[in-house]
Design a binder for this molecule. Structure first.
Ligand SMILES: *[C@@H]1O[C@H](CO)[C@@H](O)[C@H](O)[C@H]1NC(C)=O
Ligand SMILES: *[C@@H]1O[C@H](CO)[C@@H](O)[C@H](O)[C@H]1NC(C)=O
Ligand SMILES: *[C@@H]1O[C@H](CO)[C@@H](O)[C@H](O)[C@H]1NC(C)=O
Ligand SMILES: *[C@@H]1O[C@H](CO)[C@@H](O)[C@H](O)[C@H]1NC(C)=O
Ligand SMILES: *[C@@H]1O[C@H](CO)[C@@H](O)[C@H](O)[C@H]1NC(C)=O
Ligand SMILES: *[C@@H]1O[C@H](CO)[C@@H](O)[C@H](O)[C@H]1NC(C)=O
Length: 239
């Protein structure tokens, strides 16, 4: 009787484990071909070009004591707007840096289609901002620190969904139906260490979370899987 119970639950766990590995978020929608869209690896001149603009948002962040700073740059190299998260100042927590610069560019210059522009941001865009970026038709996004680093390494509250993942679902959005290219980790050696704080030990900070992060290469999760399989086999043998 107990053996059957163990067998039943072990099998249930195994089935659950196998199902949880599948990448079906909603059975009604098909999963994009590429999730996430790979970050474009840039080198040489293109990298130094982006580093120049990233340095400007970093400098702005340091000057203002801000974390999230974004700018919008025309493809001819003109930076049309730079600003920071104004959530607290404006008492409107949707005023993330990306939203602020998109709305400013619209108010100042009447731009609503950003296909000729690149958005720079010190930190990878959240779901809300990446959504706004998709709907505004940006062709390129360049960020410093990743959501993964902010959440897993710095214990900062986040929706831990990569901007590339959301972007992969952006059917018909982006620059004339092309989803934006996302270039991550530009000058992250600076943004990771000099712009963003580590909240892991800041017990009173409103940003602090206990991140639930797994290392896909850590054998301990595959160990659970092997253990369950073994348990089922052993129970079968002795039943
Ligand atoms: C570059 O683009 C900006 C924004 O559209 C425009 O104001 C500026 O005149 C352009 N500069 C050049 C040199 O074309
Ligand atoms: C934005 O402009 C580009 C280039 O002119 C065009 O291909 C695209 O369709 C426009 N997007 C929207 C949503 O109008
Ligand atoms: C960060 O990386 C850039 C490019 O790889 C390098 O030029 C710069 O010196 C580095 N800065 C720091 C503070 O490590
Ligand atoms: C943060 O906490 C960890 C362990 O909880 C400790 O090892 C580390 O030294 C602490 N770091 C700081 C900056 O206090
Ligand atoms: C896991 O290991 C593989 C092979 O060594 C490597 O290609 C991959 O980047 C690793 N993944 C992570 C998230 O570290
Ligand atoms: C693997 O994951 C376990 C449990 O989450 C953790 O305790 C351990 O430190 C991880 N090992 C490595 C090498 O990251």
């Amino acid at each position: 009787m107990n053996k059957y119970l163990v067998l039943f639950f072990a099998t249930l766990c195994l089935v659950g484990k196998v199902l949880s590995c599948e990448n079906g978020m909603n059975p009604y929608y098909s999963t994009p071909e590429q999730v996430p869209v790979p970050l474009t690896a840039v080198t040489g001149d293109e990298l130094s070009y982006h580093q120049g603009y990233m340095q400007q948002v970093i400098d702005f962040a340091k000057e203002k004591g801000a974390l999230f700073v974004a700018s919008i740059v025309h493809k001819n190299g003109t930076q049309i707007v730079i600003d920071m998260n104004l959530g607290r100042q404006m008492k409107d927590l949707t005023q993330h840096a990306e939203i602020v610069v998109i709305q400013k560019a619209n108010a100042l210059y009447g731009i609503s289609n950003f296909s000729d522009y690149t958005l720079y941001t010190t930190g990878e865009s959240c779901l809300m901002c990446q959504g706004a970026i998709l709907y505004s038709g940006f062709s390129k996004v360049v960020y410093g620190t990743s959501i993964k680093t902010l959440y897993c390494d710095k214990c900062m509250s986040q929706v831990p969904i990569d901007s590339t993942f959301l972007t992969a679902y952006g059917y018909g959005l982006g620059d004339g139906w092309n989803r934006p290219t996302i270039i991550g980790g530009v000058l992250s050696n600076i943004t990771d260490n000099q712009v963003f704080k580590n909240y892991c030990n800041m017990t009173t900070s409103i940003f602090k979370v206990h991140p639930l992060c797994v290392d896909p290469n850590n054998s301990s999760s595959s160990l659970t899987f092997s253990f369950l399989t073994l348990l089922i086999l052993i129970t079968y043998l002795f039943i």
